[in-house]
Design a protein around this ligand. Structure first.
Ligand SMILES: [Zn+2]
Length: 286
Protein backbone atom coordinates (compact mmCIF):
# COMPACT_ATOMS: atom_id res chain seq x y z
CA UNK A 1 0.00 0.00 0.00
CA UNK A 2 1.22 3.46 -0.82
CA UNK A 3 -0.21 6.67 0.54
CA UNK A 4 -2.65 8.50 -1.77
CA UNK A 5 -1.02 11.14 -3.94
CA UNK A 6 -1.02 14.55 -2.39
CA UNK A 7 -4.39 16.22 -2.90
CA UNK A 8 -6.25 12.96 -3.59
CA UNK A 9 -9.61 12.69 -1.88
CA UNK A 10 -9.62 10.17 0.97
CA UNK A 11 -11.68 7.05 0.33
CA UNK A 12 -15.23 7.53 1.55
CA UNK A 13 -16.09 4.53 3.74
CA UNK A 14 -19.79 5.13 2.96
CA UNK A 15 -19.22 4.39 -0.75
CA UNK A 16 -18.57 0.70 -1.45
CA UNK A 17 -15.46 -0.20 -3.40
CA UNK A 18 -16.30 -1.14 -7.03
CA UNK A 19 -15.38 -4.77 -6.32
CA UNK A 20 -17.30 -4.92 -3.01
CA UNK A 21 -19.08 -8.23 -2.68
CA UNK A 22 -17.92 -9.51 -6.09
CA UNK A 23 -15.90 -12.58 -6.93
CA UNK A 24 -12.91 -10.30 -7.56
CA UNK A 25 -12.41 -10.46 -3.80
CA UNK A 26 -12.13 -14.27 -3.87
CA UNK A 27 -9.25 -16.57 -4.74
CA UNK A 28 -9.52 -18.96 -7.65
CA UNK A 29 -9.85 -21.82 -5.19
CA UNK A 30 -12.93 -20.18 -3.71
CA UNK A 31 -14.44 -19.46 -7.13
CA UNK A 32 -13.82 -23.03 -8.28
CA UNK A 33 -15.40 -24.43 -5.11
CA UNK A 34 -18.45 -22.18 -5.56
CA UNK A 35 -18.94 -23.45 -9.12
CA UNK A 36 -18.69 -27.02 -7.86
CA UNK A 37 -21.24 -26.26 -5.13
CA UNK A 38 -23.72 -25.06 -7.77
CA UNK A 39 -23.45 -21.30 -7.31
CA UNK A 40 -25.21 -19.14 -9.87
CA UNK A 41 -23.57 -16.00 -11.26
CA UNK A 42 -25.10 -12.52 -11.14
CA UNK A 43 -23.71 -9.94 -13.55
CA UNK A 44 -24.63 -6.26 -14.05
CA UNK A 45 -24.20 -4.34 -17.31
CA UNK A 46 -23.96 -0.59 -16.83
CA UNK A 47 -22.26 2.29 -18.54
CA UNK A 48 -20.38 5.47 -17.72
CA UNK A 49 -22.88 8.17 -18.60
CA UNK A 50 -23.87 11.70 -17.59
CA UNK A 51 -26.60 11.79 -14.95
CA UNK A 52 -27.37 15.48 -14.64
CA UNK A 53 -25.58 17.96 -12.38
CA UNK A 54 -26.33 15.98 -9.21
CA UNK A 55 -25.50 12.29 -9.81
CA UNK A 56 -22.14 10.68 -10.66
CA UNK A 57 -21.37 9.27 -14.09
CA UNK A 58 -21.13 5.79 -12.59
CA UNK A 59 -24.78 5.79 -11.44
CA UNK A 60 -25.78 2.99 -13.84
CA UNK A 61 -22.98 0.85 -12.40
CA UNK A 62 -23.42 1.71 -8.71
CA UNK A 63 -27.18 1.00 -8.69
CA UNK A 64 -27.25 -2.49 -10.21
CA UNK A 65 -24.19 -3.42 -8.12
CA UNK A 66 -26.05 -2.45 -4.93
CA UNK A 67 -29.10 -4.35 -6.15
CA UNK A 68 -27.11 -7.51 -6.85
CA UNK A 69 -25.58 -7.46 -3.35
CA UNK A 70 -29.14 -7.63 -2.00
CA UNK A 71 -30.26 -10.22 -4.56
CA UNK A 72 -27.38 -12.42 -3.49
CA UNK A 73 -28.47 -12.14 0.17
CA UNK A 74 -32.08 -12.97 -0.69
CA UNK A 75 -30.97 -16.00 -2.72
CA UNK A 76 -28.75 -17.18 0.15
CA UNK A 77 -31.81 -17.05 2.45
CA UNK A 78 -33.48 -19.50 0.07
CA UNK A 79 -30.54 -21.84 -0.16
CA UNK A 80 -29.29 -20.63 -3.56
CA UNK A 81 -25.56 -19.81 -3.49
CA UNK A 82 -24.57 -16.97 -5.82
CA UNK A 83 -21.45 -15.06 -6.80
CA UNK A 84 -21.44 -11.56 -8.26
CA UNK A 85 -19.29 -10.96 -11.35
CA UNK A 86 -17.57 -7.53 -11.31
CA UNK A 87 -19.85 -5.10 -13.14
CA UNK A 88 -19.39 -4.51 -16.86
CA UNK A 89 -19.28 -0.76 -17.44
CA UNK A 90 -18.32 -0.07 -21.05
CA UNK A 91 -21.79 -0.19 -22.55
CA UNK A 92 -23.64 1.53 -25.36
CA UNK A 93 -24.66 5.20 -25.21
CA UNK A 94 -27.13 6.63 -27.71
CA UNK A 95 -29.33 8.94 -25.66
CA UNK A 96 -26.50 10.66 -23.75
CA UNK A 97 -24.04 10.28 -26.62
CA UNK A 98 -23.62 14.05 -27.11
CA UNK A 99 -22.81 14.76 -23.45
CA UNK A 100 -19.33 14.64 -21.92
CA UNK A 101 -18.29 11.57 -19.93
CA UNK A 102 -20.79 9.36 -21.77
CA UNK A 103 -18.65 7.01 -23.80
CA UNK A 104 -19.83 3.92 -25.53
CA UNK A 105 -18.56 0.98 -27.51
CA UNK A 106 -19.94 -0.49 -30.70
CA UNK A 107 -22.66 -3.04 -29.90
CA UNK A 108 -20.91 -5.82 -31.81
CA UNK A 109 -17.81 -5.39 -29.63
CA UNK A 110 -19.79 -5.58 -26.41
CA UNK A 111 -21.63 -8.64 -27.67
CA UNK A 112 -18.37 -10.43 -28.44
CA UNK A 113 -16.80 -9.50 -25.09
CA UNK A 114 -19.89 -10.87 -23.35
CA UNK A 115 -19.80 -14.08 -25.39
CA UNK A 116 -16.10 -14.67 -24.62
CA UNK A 117 -16.51 -14.10 -20.88
CA UNK A 118 -19.73 -16.15 -20.64
CA UNK A 119 -17.96 -19.01 -22.39
CA UNK A 120 -15.17 -18.82 -19.81
CA UNK A 121 -17.66 -18.88 -16.93
CA UNK A 122 -19.41 -21.92 -18.42
CA UNK A 123 -16.05 -23.67 -18.86
CA UNK A 124 -15.44 -23.18 -15.12
CA UNK A 125 -18.61 -25.10 -14.43
CA UNK A 126 -21.11 -22.31 -13.75
CA UNK A 127 -24.44 -23.52 -15.10
CA UNK A 128 -26.59 -20.42 -14.60
CA UNK A 129 -25.62 -16.83 -15.33
CA UNK A 130 -28.15 -14.07 -14.67
CA UNK A 131 -27.42 -10.78 -16.46
CA UNK A 132 -28.90 -7.45 -15.35
CA UNK A 133 -28.90 -4.00 -16.89
CA UNK A 134 -28.33 -0.74 -15.03
CA UNK A 135 -28.85 1.46 -18.09
CA UNK A 136 -32.11 2.28 -19.90
CA UNK A 137 -30.73 2.95 -23.38
CA UNK A 138 -32.62 0.70 -25.83
CA UNK A 139 -29.58 -0.21 -27.94
CA UNK A 140 -27.57 -1.03 -24.80
CA UNK A 141 -30.28 -3.44 -23.68
CA UNK A 142 -30.65 -5.00 -27.14
CA UNK A 143 -26.92 -5.57 -26.97
CA UNK A 144 -27.12 -7.25 -23.56
CA UNK A 145 -29.79 -9.51 -25.06
CA UNK A 146 -27.60 -10.25 -28.08
CA UNK A 147 -24.60 -11.01 -25.84
CA UNK A 148 -26.70 -13.35 -23.72
CA UNK A 149 -27.89 -15.18 -26.83
CA UNK A 150 -24.32 -15.44 -28.12
CA UNK A 151 -23.21 -16.83 -24.73
CA UNK A 152 -26.01 -19.42 -24.85
CA UNK A 153 -25.09 -20.42 -28.39
CA UNK A 154 -21.41 -20.90 -27.52
CA UNK A 155 -21.79 -22.71 -24.19
CA UNK A 156 -23.92 -25.14 -22.25
CA UNK A 157 -24.73 -22.56 -19.58
CA UNK A 158 -28.27 -21.32 -19.02
CA UNK A 159 -27.54 -17.62 -19.49
CA UNK A 160 -30.44 -15.17 -19.26
CA UNK A 161 -31.21 -11.46 -19.13
CA UNK A 162 -33.24 -10.58 -16.01
CA UNK A 163 -35.58 -7.70 -16.77
CA UNK A 164 -38.99 -6.16 -16.17
CA UNK A 165 -41.98 -6.59 -18.51
CA UNK A 166 -41.93 -2.88 -19.45
CA UNK A 167 -38.45 -3.28 -20.95
CA UNK A 168 -39.41 -6.50 -22.75
CA UNK A 169 -42.22 -4.55 -24.40
CA UNK A 170 -40.13 -1.46 -25.22
CA UNK A 171 -37.48 -3.63 -26.89
CA UNK A 172 -40.12 -5.64 -28.75
CA UNK A 173 -38.82 -8.95 -27.33
CA UNK A 174 -40.74 -12.20 -26.92
CA UNK A 175 -41.41 -12.71 -23.18
CA UNK A 176 -41.12 -16.49 -23.73
CA UNK A 177 -37.60 -16.18 -25.18
CA UNK A 178 -35.47 -18.64 -23.14
CA UNK A 179 -32.72 -15.98 -23.05
CA UNK A 180 -34.96 -13.84 -20.81
CA UNK A 181 -35.93 -14.12 -17.14
CA UNK A 182 -38.87 -11.73 -16.86
CA UNK A 183 -39.76 -10.66 -13.34
CA UNK A 184 -42.96 -9.00 -12.16
CA UNK A 185 -43.42 -5.27 -12.73
CA UNK A 186 -41.97 -2.83 -10.20
CA UNK A 187 -43.00 0.32 -12.00
CA UNK A 188 -42.12 3.27 -9.78
CA UNK A 189 -45.27 5.25 -9.04
CA UNK A 190 -45.20 8.66 -10.68
CA UNK A 191 -48.01 11.16 -11.06
CA UNK A 192 -50.01 10.68 -14.28
CA UNK A 193 -48.57 12.49 -17.28
CA UNK A 194 -45.19 13.04 -15.62
CA UNK A 195 -42.35 11.21 -17.35
CA UNK A 196 -39.37 10.45 -15.14
CA UNK A 197 -36.77 8.35 -16.92
CA UNK A 198 -33.22 9.57 -16.35
CA UNK A 199 -31.55 10.98 -13.23
CA UNK A 200 -35.01 12.07 -12.12
CA UNK A 201 -37.08 11.15 -9.11
CA UNK A 202 -36.72 7.36 -9.05
CA UNK A 203 -33.07 7.10 -10.01
CA UNK A 204 -32.04 9.91 -7.66
CA UNK A 205 -34.05 8.29 -4.86
CA UNK A 206 -32.20 5.04 -5.44
CA UNK A 207 -28.82 6.79 -5.25
CA UNK A 208 -29.87 8.67 -2.09
CA UNK A 209 -30.59 5.27 -0.55
CA UNK A 210 -27.51 3.32 -1.64
CA UNK A 211 -24.84 5.96 -2.33
CA UNK A 212 -25.94 9.12 -0.52
CA UNK A 213 -22.37 10.38 -0.31
CA UNK A 214 -22.21 10.70 -4.09
CA UNK A 215 -25.42 12.75 -4.54
CA UNK A 216 -24.74 16.50 -4.86
CA UNK A 217 -27.18 17.72 -2.23
CA UNK A 218 -26.02 21.30 -2.72
CA UNK A 219 -27.52 21.15 -6.22
CA UNK A 220 -30.33 18.53 -6.23
CA UNK A 221 -33.10 20.33 -4.25
CA UNK A 222 -32.93 23.34 -6.60
CA UNK A 223 -33.34 21.38 -9.84
CA UNK A 224 -36.53 22.29 -11.69
CA UNK A 225 -38.65 19.34 -12.94
CA UNK A 226 -38.40 18.93 -16.71
CA UNK A 227 -42.18 18.56 -16.98
CA UNK A 228 -41.81 16.72 -20.27
CA UNK A 229 -44.39 14.25 -21.55
CA UNK A 230 -44.37 11.33 -24.00
CA UNK A 231 -43.82 13.60 -27.01
CA UNK A 232 -40.54 14.99 -25.70
CA UNK A 233 -39.60 11.50 -24.54
CA UNK A 234 -39.83 10.23 -28.13
CA UNK A 235 -37.54 13.04 -29.33
CA UNK A 236 -35.12 12.45 -26.41
CA UNK A 237 -34.91 8.75 -27.23
CA UNK A 238 -33.56 9.56 -30.69
CA UNK A 239 -30.45 10.42 -28.69
CA UNK A 240 -27.32 12.48 -29.27
CA UNK A 241 -28.08 16.15 -30.09
CA UNK A 242 -31.86 15.62 -29.91
CA UNK A 243 -31.52 14.39 -26.34
CA UNK A 244 -29.15 17.17 -25.35
CA UNK A 245 -31.51 19.78 -26.80
CA UNK A 246 -34.50 18.25 -24.96
CA UNK A 247 -32.70 18.01 -21.60
CA UNK A 248 -29.75 20.45 -21.63
CA UNK A 249 -29.03 19.77 -17.93
CA UNK A 250 -28.94 16.02 -18.52
CA UNK A 251 -31.86 14.81 -16.37
CA UNK A 252 -35.38 13.88 -17.49
CA UNK A 253 -37.79 13.99 -14.56
CA UNK A 254 -37.94 15.48 -11.09
CA UNK A 255 -34.80 14.93 -9.00
CA UNK A 256 -35.89 17.49 -6.37
CA UNK A 257 -38.84 15.22 -5.49
CA UNK A 258 -36.56 12.28 -4.75
CA UNK A 259 -36.30 10.78 -1.27
CA UNK A 260 -34.18 8.22 0.47
CA UNK A 261 -37.28 6.36 1.70
CA UNK A 262 -38.65 5.97 -1.83
CA UNK A 263 -35.26 4.74 -3.00
CA UNK A 264 -35.08 2.18 -0.23
CA UNK A 265 -38.58 0.88 -1.03
CA UNK A 266 -37.90 0.61 -4.74
CA UNK A 267 -34.48 -0.94 -4.17
CA UNK A 268 -35.92 -3.62 -1.88
CA UNK A 269 -38.83 -4.37 -4.24
CA UNK A 270 -36.64 -4.76 -7.33
CA UNK A 271 -34.17 -7.00 -5.47
CA UNK A 272 -37.00 -9.22 -4.21
CA UNK A 273 -38.64 -9.47 -7.64
CA UNK A 274 -35.34 -10.49 -9.23
CA UNK A 275 -34.64 -13.10 -6.54
CA UNK A 276 -38.18 -14.53 -6.95
CA UNK A 277 -37.73 -14.80 -10.73
CA UNK A 278 -34.33 -16.49 -10.37
CA UNK A 279 -35.65 -19.05 -7.87
CA UNK A 280 -38.59 -19.76 -10.21
CA UNK A 281 -36.30 -20.29 -13.19
CA UNK A 282 -34.02 -22.61 -11.25
CA UNK A 283 -37.04 -24.60 -10.04
CA UNK A 284 -38.33 -24.91 -13.60
CA UNK A 285 -35.00 -25.80 -15.25
CA UNK A 286 -32.92 -27.34 -12.48
ZN1 LIG B 1 -29.10 5.87 -15.19
Amino acid sequence: MTAPASGAAPLDPAVPDVFAGTLAELTWYEVERAARDGAVLLWAFGVIEQHGPHLPTGTDVYLPSARLRDVRGLLADRGVPALIVPAYYWGVNVVSGSFPASWGVRPELMEQVMADLLTGMAKDGFRHVFCFSGHGDALHNRTVHAGVRAGRARSEADVSFVLEPELVERLGLDPDDPALTVHASAAAPSPPGEVDVHAGRWETSMMMHSHAGLVREDVRPGLVPTGHGPEQLAVWRRGYDDARATTPLGYFGDPAAASRAEGERHHRTTAELAADAIVARLAARG
